[in-house]
Design a protein around this ligand. Structure first.
Ligand SMILES: [Zn+2]
Length: 92
């Protein structure tokens, strides 16, 4: 997951905090995750992110993360986010 976060920050070098507006892979609710680089890696506020392939990841809201923090091999996230669509600014 760290590699994906790194890539996101490399694409947006001017940003010190990145806000992802995504959907929870379990319940489908909107999750807003704030990512800030820290000395030891990255800090996430508002939810959790999981890597699912080199260019794809998915999110979980805090409730689903509490219920099911582990990702097993059979887990099929309903909402996969690809790196290319990550933080497209929403217009309108
Ligand atoms: Zn959820």
């Amino acid at each position: 997951m760290i590699e994906i976060l790194k890539k996101i920050f490399e694409d947006n070098p001017e940003k010190s905090t990145i806000v992802l507006n995504v959907k929870c892979s379990d319940c489908g609710c909107d999750v807003i995750i704030e990512i800030t680089p820290t000395s030891g890696g990255f800090g996430l506020l508002g939810g959790s992110l999981f890597k699912c392939s080199p260019d794809e990841y998915f999110a979980k809201c805090p409730d689903c993360y509490k219920t099911n923090p582990k990702i097993n091999d059979h887990h099929k996230p309903k909402h996969i986010i690809s790196l290319s669509e990550k933080i497209t600014p929403k217009k309108g």
